[in-house]
Design a protein around this ligand. Sequence first.
Ligand SMILES: Cc1ncc(COP(=O)(O)O)c(C=O)c1O
Length: 432
Amino acid sequence: MALVKSNQGHSPAANLMFNEKIRQMIQEGHTIYHFGFGQAPFPVIETALDSLKENAGQNAYLPVQGLPELRQGICNFHARYDSLENLDPNNVIAGPGSKELIYLLLNIFNGTVLLLAPSWPTYQPQAALAGKKPVIIPTSFDNNWQLTPELLEQALESNHVTGNKILILNNPDNPTGTSYGDAQLVALSKAFRKNNVIVLSDEIYARLHYTQSHVTLAKHYPEGTIISSGLSKWASAGGWRIGYHIYPPELSSLLAAVKGEASHTYSCAPAPMQFAVAKMFSDLVSCDEYIRHTTRIMEAVSSFCCRELRSVGVKMVTPKAGYYVFPDFEVIRPALTLRGLTTCQEMCDTLLKEASVALMASGPAYLRPLKELTTRLCYVNFEGKGALANSRELGLDEPLPETFVQEFCTPVYDGIMALKNWVLQLKDEQKS
Ligand SMILES: Cc1ncc(COP(=O)(O)O)c(C=O)c1O
């Protein structure tokens, strides 16, 4: 008898495995343009770093739900940035990364999990680990890879979903970079309310909205929204493992159960980090400054990538936030077919071999069809320290110069040029 239970969720995370493979190749001396992993390129926000040094000696276990000052700081942060004025620290739980908190929630939830396709390749394996088979709602390029009330209702009807349901909505989204505006969220909220759908609103990229105009779902659907966020993205502190969830009072039974699971699994998030982040939240002016610089850099890199790839016929929705774009290489399908390549994975393997560009194929990991030629391109493989310092030197009144990406985000610049040339080469093969 097999020692390991059969469960789809056990296979390792596709994005982490891909990153390890590429890192290994780089260590072996290969030059690779790595667009396969979404890690913050910037140094961790300075205010948190100083406080971490002061708090390195904090060695006691903290409350399971998180340090009260940290939970209060989280409420203040969301009051300032999301205009959520009445949050109660008792409804916040801080844990070792939002990923863990999402899993714990899926694990105790008694009902159906709804996921969009494409979506972050962790949700589906987590649902499987929690013993659930999610209902998948496919989205498309034509509707910006976004959910609409019609898509939701169709999915509920055709899958005969009744009883409790929880949808994970990633806004802004990994892998597509799209974000929902006010009117869209109002329409969706009506459908959520009507169909009794609880939403885990994964807003971890909210502060990386390029025009700082993120709208939280909790503004329109407070009673049914659990906000998921953390420090990993905007504060560049992924390795610190601090994330949190904010529950509405109406869903306190879910929070209590997650807290119970937390007490039996990880006890508390790391103490020095909790103190450091609590201190960081007490200085929101510094957060503001950091956010404004980092988002304008990311926007410059994003628009460079989109402009260059579009110039050779690659299709994509323009990202509004975050680190990712979801380009579709349908334009070279005839050349790939001539070479006998049919799947997105085969295309990405060939791209890596011939142009040293590492892109992650969408396919089943992103809940997309095997033969769709969409990929996830993370435009963060540059040294953010220098880029940030230069942006600060210029000041926020001065726009970033045209040459900024080439000068300060050089691996992205070179990699996009290599990718573009490879596409051109394949288009030539199609012609001849
Ligand atoms: C969409 C999304 N949600 C959640 C996370 C997890 O973040 P954390 O570091 O808080 O666990 C990530 C990280 O890649 C992500 O892309």
